[in-house]
Design a binder for this molecule. Structure first.
Ligand code: FAD
Length: 502
């Protein structure tokens, strides 16, 4: 290790409010008192966080063993979510716990702290965070010092000030949202089947998705496919009674698979009676009535908002440089512009796309103006996040060893998307596939990508079993309220709308 690796702050953890408190797993008993240590703080346990930590714990094994290096991962959940599997989880093809990767098990040489970073003062090399314990104890946030910072909090849904949106819509970024939505859709079929009020039935059977990127299109296509199948078990519902709608502000959908495959997807969805409305915006959803810019008005009990993402707001609570879209300004070496010992990647980072000029044209399996090869920065997707994390990990190791850093450069390989069971669309390395071959490719690709052999085996087993047996169509929405039955038994009132407003 070079001199930079001999840090000044040997992992001080001091409470912002009280000197005693320290976050879980960062207690300050001197590890190897005579040996100085480097603390690498990784903010976020998603794609970038997980893969960077994996890389570091592999490449810094001897240093970790000798106590010269400590890797701390701070993340709100103890798992990484494999987001491309969320639509399949919503459709019931994969169990929710197989869509996530347990961080403590795979990052066995790192310290995983379940908490949220609230502020970063890179000038002082400190992060302010809250943990489950600080919330429980009411002690206020704690400060954690670091030597190297990896900032990867990802993105959140990009919403607009549309009346009713915050009250009635749901996003599609987390496993909780995916499973909540599955339960909700199945519950709407139960409502529609049991009501005598035609207005309630219509609203229950109307499902509006806003945003035609892969999250929106895949979620809609998978859920529609699942609900269509489920209707065969209802004596008074037919698939044709449902109204599924995709609202997209631009003139195309699924830009990730290129223009012609996007057009194919529209035809495929319309062939299934899904109402795809391009150049249309959602103007309001007050009172659970979706009002569209083309004049359409649809009472709907389901409104899914997948109209893009924006960088995580915690970035604004740092002294690090942001671009006009609120992402961290980064160099191709994945350092944060104008700083030392601060690194970033993934959805939260604006990283120059060094391959953009090579073959930036859309329609060759590439991305579009949303930031893909046609743009000047890498698109916010898993393909880049995983590869960036690898380079980032290598560059931190190189920096600690006083070696030169490498540039990140990866040409977008294209995308695969599932449109329901046995249906899909793909545009990878210039090859266009549709229907069953694309769906099969989607499964093979993601099976090869989902982290850990354990998860691969479990997902494969589930797919195999679901090929042999009938699909699961049960709604387990009551799982979200495990105390409801007991509260009723104990004399409380049954909640009016236990599932909330959506
Ligand atoms: C439904 C869906 C389908 C997708 N399908 C594809 C696909 O098929 N192909 C593809 O390439 N991409 C796909 N993506 C995009 C891809 O998942 C993201 O680009 C990728 O997850 C970005 O990685 P990341 O590490 O930057 O962020 P994330 O993976 O989102 O990780 C961010 C992490 O930071 C944590 N965090 C947030 N705030 C804090 C804080 N204050 N303190 C500590 N931790 C914090 C979060 O909880 C999370 O664990 C899909 C996304 C969605 C939503």
């Amino acid at each position: 290790m070079d001199k930079r690796a001999a840090p000044v702050r040997h992992g001080q953890v001091k409470a912002a409010s009280s000197p005693e408190s320290s976050p879980e797993g960062t207690s300050e008993t001197p590890r190897v008192p005579s040996v100085p240590s480097v603390r690498v703080l990784i903010v976020g346990g998603g794609y970038v966080g997980l893969y960077t930590a994996l890389r570091l714990q592999k490449k810094l094994k001897p240093e970790l063993k000798r106590g010269e290096v400590e890797i701390v991962v701070v993340t709100p959940e103890p798992y990484m979510t494999y987001q491309p599997f969320l639509p399949e989880a919503a459709a019931g093809n994969i169990s929710p716990r197989h869509v996530v990767v347990p961080l403590r098990r795979v990052l066995d040489r790192c310290k995983v702290v379940i908490g949220e970073v609230r502020k970063i003062d890179h000038g002082k090399h400190t992060a302010t965070l809250t943990t489950l314990a600080t919330e429980e104890e009411g002690t206020g946030p704690v400060e954690l010092s670091y030597d190297e910072l990896v900032l990867a909090p990802g993105s959140i849904s990009r919403t607009l000030p549309i009346p009713g949106l915050a009250d009635h819509a749901i996003g599609f970024k987390t496993v909780e949202e995916a499973i909540g939505l599955r339960n909700h859709v199945l519950e709407q079929l139960d409502i529609a089947s049991s009501t005598r009020d035609p207005a309630v039935r219509d609203a229950a059977l109307t499902f509006v998705f806003v945003g035609g990127g892969y999250a929106g299109v895949e979620a809609l296509a998978e859920l529609e496919d699942m609900a269509r199948y489920a209707t065969r078990y209802y004596h008074n519902l037919r698939a044709e009674d449902m109204k599924w709608m995709l609202v997209e502000a631009s003139d195309r959908i699924l830009p990730e698979v290129g223009e012609s495959m996007g057009r194919y997807t529209i035809r495929e969805l319309r062939g299934r009676n899904i109402d795809v409305r391009l150049r249309t915006r959602l103007d309001s959803c007050e009172g659970r009535v979706a009002v569209l810019s083309d004049g359409g008005r649809f009472p709907a009990r389901t409104l899914v908002w997948t109209a893009g993402v924006k960088p995580h707001p915690v970035l604004a609570a740092t002294d690090l440089p942001l671009d006009e879209r609120g992402r961290l300004k980064c160099t191709p070496k994945l350092t944060i512009d104008g700083t030392t010992r601060a690194w970033a990647a993934g959805d939260a980072a604006a990283i120059p796309d060094l391959t953009a000029d090579e073959d930036g044209e859309d329609g060759k399996g590439g991305e579009d103006s949303k930031g893909g090869r046609g743009g000047k920065e890498c698109a916010p997707n898993a393909q880049h996040a995983v590869r960036q994390a690898k380079t980032l990990g290598d560059n931190i190791v190189a920096s600690l060893h006083g070696k030169p850093l490498k540039d990140y450069a990866h040409s977008y390989a294209g995308s695969v998307a599932s449109l329901g069971l046995h249906k899909g669309v793909a545009h990878v390395y210039g090859r266009k596939l549709k229907g069953y071959p694309a769906w099969f490719m989607h499964r093979v690709y993601h099976l090869s990508r989902v982290p850990t052999f354990n998860r691969k085996a479990r997902v494969l087993a589930e797919w195999t079993l679901s090929g042999l047996f009938k699909r699961e169509i049960v709604s387990l929405g009551s799982l979200e309220h495990p105390r409801a039955e007991f509260e009723l038994a104990a004399g409380g009132a049954r909640p009016k709308d236990p599932k909330g407003s959506n």
